[in-house]
Design a protein around this ligand. Structure first.
Ligand code: NAP
Length: 324
């Protein structure tokens, strides 16, 4: 598992274990970054309705596809149902909008972005109350939403469906209805999610690590807002030491650690040299003692960065997944 470049999904489809993250990049910067990523060999691209960049990603991918179905088949394109669409009667509408903006005939993977829900407000993916709190929809029936997502597969316009930001109990609950093709959650050296990864593995659900490098832009924004400190993963002593020992960069060590744990990862970069670096990971191996040293960096729940508190009040939602 740790040295295969793909997860093999139902029906034999292959999901590359290094994908390209696209959150928080302006449209023109993203289009150039996607071109650099395609040149560097990335074939797995991760977006979401909530990132409001599906059209830009779609433009760059379609230029590369050039109308050739064989080229389209080489790609693994992922997008996500936003929290405002977490109602069974809205799933199809949100999916159709994503596909239209991407300009694709199908997506390879469609994820439930979060288990909590916002109110559906056309034209506003993050509706707020006058006091700044998020307009949460507290009536979410997670199983019913998951059934509607599973049903999307019947059209052939989505090959696989999965989930994101679920805890172990929610993953088990939805898996009883239909096995997700993957679980996408925050995983990195400081938030290793060991129990959740084991729970997913017991259900044979592959895990995709988001924010694998510590999501610096988000961490900086949260630090400025809350005063909390977010250590820079790339500067951690152990990561730097292992990087020096292998003549690699700290980012490569963080990503290789995830691959050797059996996960996939979707680093984001808009810098061509770093884009290339982040996929050059298959020609070296961390030793058992290095894996142990990196494993010891885990801070559990305290290491989580993306706890969604940037949507004030969301922690009151009955399906909010992260209980302290
Ligand atoms: N499902 C979810 O709820 C969810 C949540 C968060 C993220 N995601 C997905 O996961 C993707 C990745 O997570 P993320 O964007 O939060 O953060 P990330 O990939 O952990 O980190 C991105 C940051 O690292 C920098 N970086 C990238 N490669 C580097 C390298 N080799 N050396 C030094 N710095 C490097 C980038 O800067 P430069 O661009 O300047 O290189 C950027 O500031 C997202 O883009 C998104 O697709 C999903």
């Amino acid at each position: 598992m740790s040295n295969t470049e793909y997860f093999v999904l139902e029906g034999g489809d292959r999901m590359p274990r290094i994908g390209f993250g696209t959150w928080q990049a302006s449209d023109d910067v993203l289009e150039k970054a996607v071109e650099a990523a395609l040149d560097a060999g990335y074939r797995h691209f991760d977006t979401a309705r909530a990132y409001e960049n599906e059209a830009a990603l779609g433009r760059a991918l379609n230029r590369w596809i050039g109308g050739d179905p064989a080229r389209r088949k080489e790609l693994f394109v992922v997008t996500k149902l936003p929290p405002g669409g977490n109602r069974p009667d809205l799933v199809q509408e949100y999916f159709d909008a994503s596909l239209r903006d991407l300009g694709l005939e199908y997506v390879d993977l469609y994820l439930m972005h979060t288990p909590f829900a916002f109110e559906h407000v056309p034209g506003d993916l993050h509706p707020k109350n006058p006091d700044g709190t998020i307009r949460a929809d507290l009536s979410t029936d997670l199983v019913a939403v998951w059934k509607a997502i599973l049903k999307l597969k019947e059209s052939g316009r989505v090959k696989h469906v999965g989930v994101s930001n679920l805890n172990a109990e929610q993953l088990a609950r939805l898996s009883r209805v239909g096995k997700p093709a993957c679980l996408q959650v925050e995983v990195h050296a400081l938030c290793q999610q060991k129990a959740l990864v084991s729970a997913a593995s017991a259900l044979a659900v592959p895990v995709v690590a988001y924010s694998p490098l510590g999501s610096k832009a988000l961490a900086d924004a949260l630090a400025a807002k809350t005063g909390r400190e977010y250590p820079d993963l790339l500067q951690l002593d152990a990561v730097q030491r292992v990087a020096r020992a292998h003549g690699r960069t700290p980012a490569q060590i963080l990503l290789r650690h995830l691959l050797q744990r059996g996960l996939a990862a979707i680093p984001k970069s808009t810098n061509p040299a770093r884009i290339k670096q982040n996929i050059t990971l298959w020609d070296f191996e961390l030793s058992a003692s290095e894996m142990e040293e990196l494993g010891a960096l885990d801070r559990g729940e305290a290491g989580r960065i993306c706890d969604f508190t940037f949507f004030p009040g969301i922690e009151k939602h009955p399906e909010f997944p992260f209980k302290k």
